[in-house]
Design a protein around this ligand. Structure first.
Ligand code: SDX
Length: 428
């Protein structure tokens, strides 16, 4: 592989260094392009061909359907690790020792109280507010209770900020749910594990004895691991660019939650279930919806299908599909929507339109079926995605700041009006 790339414009040749990643990916470093060419830039809507950074956190191979966190295969982590272990791995780069794991969990528990004044902010929301909007707002509100932006050069300060946000987001998520349900707010129980405690904060009733179900705890733990990071996706890029202005960690995470909410991104898990329910209500005729998805004049897309990077099966979708069968069987739930999902996937995967565009089920296609089986209401699906993605956002934000990356400020190709004189109102 040559060390440089040559660009020829208008008879002039320009050389740019070639960077090779640890998985032999190749990038052309154009960081000096505009300077050495006297103003030429590249344009790449959606950044489909643009690497925004060098990162050591997550590796994806879209053609082979590979996903690794800090070098560990997602299949192994989903099977053998728990969510907090994976969070520690993503953020600090190594799997925690037994002592580190215990201390991490304990430090998070110690931070799991949220200032009661945050409840006054929550009270301002109508019950009909979407929980993603509530959680994003409350996360940003945490900055009011933690006004000093974390000093990233202090390992201790960074560690304390990490455990604080990992501790408080589940509380805010549970509060958003309970607000919608008209239930009294819960602070959980620090004698429980991280995921078990979250479920208790969600579903504990003041007049019942809460019973934890290990099948549900384990399934949710696995789902959170599968969502924990995914290199430079839309919401992570949002967290990075917000943090690049040296906005605080909580404010940057709040921006990421808002970006995740979109139905083309994390909001797809809610859109998938709504789509499957529509198909069910419409008599289960998947072919009609496949045709709609293929029709360029129809804005309808097959939600949960397709991916910017994976041009093969999303490895997370494969794991979630198996887990969906297991969880529903363990819980004795027969959800006809799962059959519709399977049938729809089968028809789509044999259809030329989907095959020719390498459109496969992604992480959002089956996840909603499990969330629903776990008793999580549809509007909370994307909040679950945010809880899972939190360690990834933290890890990527920390890496960007430790690498002292410059503020993100893309250029543009201006195609608007050239200079023109002002026209007085009576002459327009
Ligand atoms: C997530 O980036 C990440 O890593 C995201 C994520 C993560 O973990 O962070 O993996 C999580 O966001 C998963 C994606 C969830 N979104 C959906 O399921 C929504 C449905 N999918 C699509 O909207 C779409 O596939 C995207 C947004 C996911 C990817 O869009 P791209 O890469 O910009 O692809 P594209 O829109 O350019 O599509 C290429 C072609 C087009 O057809 P042509 O113009 O070539 O004829 O494929 C078609 C599209 O119309 N297409 C679809 C389709 N997805 C793409 N057609 C019908 N249904 C679909 N779902």
């Amino acid at each position: 592989m040559s060390k440089t790339a040559i660009l020829e414009v208008d008879g002039k040749r320009y050389e740019f260094p070639i960077l090779i990643g640890s998985e032999n990916e190749v990038s052309i470093d154009i960081s000096k392009l505009r300077t050495i060419t006297g103003g030429i830039t590249t344009i790449d809507p959606g950044f489909k061909n643009t690497s925004s950074c060098q990162s050591a956190i997550t590796f994806l191979d879209g053609e082979k359907g590979i996903l690794r966190y800090r070098g560990y295969a997602i299949e192994e982590l989903a099977e053998k690790a728990d969510f907090l272990e994976v969070a520690y791995l993503l953020i600090f780069g190594e799997l925690p020792t037994k002592e580190q794991n215990k201390k991490f969990h304990r430090d998070i528990q110690k931070q799991s109280l949220v200032d009661t004044d945050v409840q006054k902010i929550l009270d301002g929301f109508p019950k009909t507010a979407h929980p993603m909007g509530v959680v994003s707002a409350l996360t940003s509100a945490l900055t009011a209770f933690n006004p000093k932006s974390v000093n990233v050069d202090s390992e201790e300060a960074m560690y304390n900020a990490v455990v604080k946000i990992l501790a408080k987001l589940p509380v805010l998520a549970a509060w958003a749910y309970r607000k919608e349900e008209g239930l009294p707010l819960e602070y959980g129980d620090n004698s429980l594990g991280y995921v078990e405690n979250f479920l208790k904060m969600m579903f504990d009733l003041p007049n019942e004895v809460y019973k934890s179900n290990p099948v549900i705890v384990n399934a949710l733990d696995k789902l959170l691991i599968l969502h924990a990071d995914h290199e430079q996706n839309c919401s992570t890029s949002t967290v990075r660019i917000a943090g690049s202005s040296h906005a605080g960690l909580f404010a940057s995470i709040s921006a990421g939650i808002s970006a995740l909410w979109g139905p083309l991104h994390g909001g797809a898990n809610q859109a998938v279930i709504e789509m499957l329910e529509d198909i069910k209500a419409d008599g289960g005729d998947f072919q009609k919806y496949i045709e709609k998805a293929k029709d360029k004049n129809d804005p309808f897309r097959l939600m949960g299908f397709g991916h910017r990077v994976y041009k093969n099966f999303d490895p997370r979708a494969k794991i979630i599909k198996v887990a969906a069968d297991e969880v529903l069987a363990d819980l004795g739930i027969d959800d006809p929507v799962l059959d519709i999902a399977r049938g729809l996937a089968e028809v789509a995967l044999s259809d030329e339109y989907f095959k020719s565009r390498n459109l496969y089920p992604n992480v959002d296609f089956y996840s909603g079926i499990i969330y629903r089986a776990l008793g999580i209401p549809v509007p909370m699906f994307t909040v679950m995605f945010a809880l899972g993605r939190l360690p990834g956002w933290i890890a990527q934000w920390r890496e960007m700041r430790l690498n002292k990356e410059p503020i993100g400020r893309p250029r543009q190709l201006y195609v608007g009006a050239t200079e023109r004189a002002f026209v007085a109102e009576n002459k327009r």
